[in-house]
Design a protein around this ligand. Structure first.
Ligand code: SF4
Length: 305
């Protein structure tokens, strides 16, 4: 156990280890939650870790679709979330009925579903992707087949431009945290600090992404900074990502846009709620077996790419 843990963190770890609960935290969670977790990462890393874990239960500190993904991949383990209202507005932009209609309108399209989506939507999709593997996933689909990319139009647009693939239909969903950032302020930041490397998440708009030196998921940003010789980075994604970045690179400088990008849904989870969840897990996330069987196929196809 980490010797710098606060009393509440020590208690969380003691209870979790005693009860066989594995704590997973997304890179956008508060720093103290990232520290107390057994594993921290982006959506893809969390999904992979959830499969390998040996605990009897999993506590997902993130938003609901992340807990659903863990439940889909781990039918024999109970999956919990500390805060039941922590959802993702982008995931809620598309539901099963809308996707069923889109499938009827585009009968030959392969449906590629960003993991920021409900279990029911994943179940109706052909293959899932995350922000770190979306280009690879779409590239694995034969060129002549049209692709219906849901729900993030910004990530989909980034993939479409990267692969120069015209036959992609983009659902008009977006992440409000990345979509509405102040592009002018980022431009000014870059101009005032030209030696800094500008790292940007592909959920940002095309207009913003044009400014980026490197476009990456949170997990890819961590790898990039670790390997880079540069000393200063402008980070354009949810501001909590700088917590693991600073921890791993104390000699490097990280700059945020003003105002910083902040996901209120991620911040609904607090260290106190994590303690309550390991004391008496109350908010179990379940997925019906019929949905799970279809959704797991879409997730497994992604993990195989
Ligand atoms: S940052 Fe955006 S995509 Fe991620 S959970 Fe928050 S609202 Fe959803």
């Amino acid at each position: 156990m980490n010797s710098s843990f606060s009393q509440i963190q020590v208690e969380i770890r003691r209870l979790a280890d005693e009860k066989g609960i594995v704590i997973l935290a997304h890179n956008y969670q508060r720093g103290e939650i990232q520290d107390v977790a057994h594993f921290t990462g982006d959506s893809l890393q969390m999904a992979k870790f959830a499969v390998q874990t040996s605990g009897s239960a999993i506590l997902v500190c993130g938003v609901r679709f992340m807990a659903e993904t863990a439940a889909i991949l781990n039918p024999r383990r109970h999956v919990y979330i500390p805060e039941p209202d922590a959802g993702c507005p982008m995931a809620n932009m598309i539901d099963e009925n809308t996707l069923r209609r889109l499938r009827l309108e585009n009968p030959t399209a392969v449906v590629v579903c960003y993991v920021n989506s409900s279990a029911e939507v994943k179940a109706l999709s052909d293959i899932c992707c995350t922000s770190s593997n979306a280009v690879r996933v779409v590239a694995s689909i034969p060129k002549e087949k049209p692709v219906l990319f849901i729900p993030d139009q910004n990530l989909g647009g980034f993939v479409k431009r990267s692969l120069n693939r015209e036959n992609m239909i983009l659902f008009p969903g977006y992440c409000h945290v990345h979509n509405y950032l102040n592009v002018k302020s980022i431009k000014e930041l870059k101009e005032s600090d030209p030696d800094s490397i500008l790292l940007m998440h592909p959920e940002c708009t095309q207009e913003a992404l044009k400014l980026a030196d490197h476009i990456a998921s949170t997990g890819q940003m961590i790898e990039f900074v670790k390997k880079s010789q540069a000393k200063s980075f402008i980070i354009v994604t949810e501001r909590e990502i700088t917590y693991p970045l600073k921890k791993a690179n104390p000699d490097k400088k990280f700059i945020h846009p003003d105002p910083p990008l902040l996901c209120p849904n991620m911040k609904l989870t607090t260290i106190q709620k994590v303690l309550e969840a390991v004391k008496s897990p109350a908010h179990r996330v379940t997925v019906s077996e019929s949905v799970r069987i279809s959704a797991v196929q879409a997730l497994n196809r992604m993990l195989e790419v």
